[in-house]
Design a protein around this ligand. Structure first.
Ligand SMILES: [Zn+2]
Length: 281
């Protein structure tokens, strides 16, 4: 199985970073920077487990390498299963406005139609549908959340074509904290000329450790431990990092991986990033 999540840990000894698998400290690496050590460890895991796309989830979280300027000190992560599934059959009926013929975005509101997917790889308590607004989590994961945390979302049972021991629920947020572009950073989201949706307000670049940002002013005044970030058609489950650290690695959170969400001041948000025209599907 490729793309498995491995719970790892690290410490700095003298001038070197040591990293290792929590369950098997013999699988380890050490280097002058954390990033190098992590890369070597990824190679070790690849050799031993044959998993070239392994993902290392660090407890405690990986040290900050190159902190983007003016990043505020509110630690938020988004969390999701590191596996994806396919929708079975027609998908237009899942949203009231169907699908944009130009860019493929779902339009309108989520309808009552249940989501049907092919299956969920074993060993995962969550996953997503590739480039579609569907995130799902297992019943075991939902048990880890408090009633108040669960209440921020609608959790709708999904149907699996391939049987699974676990049951899974589609996460439908009641509201989301939108992603923003950061001034001075090369965001190049796509704009669809047909439906006006902006797609890809995140930054995938080598050397950046944070891909998504939110405006501090758009966070709720009393920040809940668990909420949604993103847009109506591209959202993620987010946690205050300390809350996620209580859950990471527990049964019920298998195969889930976290990524940091940058929190910035309103003055650092770029309200008009340069868009590229969506080329169409
Ligand atoms: Zn479109």
């Amino acid at each position: 199985m490729e793309g498995k999540v491995y719970i790892c840990t690290w410490k700095k000894v003298g001038t070197k970073y040591q990293v290792w698998l929590k369950k098997n400290p013999k699988i380890k690496a050490s280097a002058r920077t954390f990033e190098e050590a992590d890369e070597i460890l990824a190679g070790e895991i690849m050799e031993i487990a044959g998993d070239g796309e392994n993902v290392r989830e660090y407890l405690p979280p990986a040290p900050e390498s190159s902190k983007p300027a003016k990043l505020l000190d509110i630690a938020i992560v988004h969390v999701g299963g590191n596996t994806h599934s396919r929708i079975v059959g027609e998908d237009k009926h899942l949203f009231s406005g169907g699908v944009c013929p130009h860019c493929g975005t779902f339009l309108g509101e989520r309808t009552a139609a249940p989501l049907v997917i092919d299956g969920v790889a074993s060993g995962y308590d969550g996953g997503f549908v590739w480039q579609k607004p569907f995130q799902y989590f297992s019943a075991d994961f939902l048990k880890l959340l408090t009633p108040k945390e669960r209440a921020s979302f609608e959790w709708r049972p999904i149907e699996l074509q391939r049987r699974s021991r676990k049951t899974f629920f589609e996460m439908i947020p009641r509201e989301t904290v939108p992603h923003v572009a950061v001034r001075g950073m090369p965001f190049e989201p796509l704009h669809c000329p047909k439906c006006q949706t902006i797609i890809g307000l995140h930054l995938f670049q080598k050397g950046t450790s944070i891909y998504t940002y939110v405006n501090r002013d758009s966070l709720p005044k009393r920040l809940p431990t668990c909420f949604a970030v993103g847009e109506a058609h591209n959202f993620k489950l987010a946690f205050i990092r300390d809350r996620w650290l209580e859950l990471a690695g527990r049964p019920g959170a298998r195969g889930l991986v976290s990524n940091k969400v940058g929190v910035i001041a309103a003055a650092d948000c770029d309200p008009k990033p340069k868009f590229r025209r969506h080329p169409g599907r």
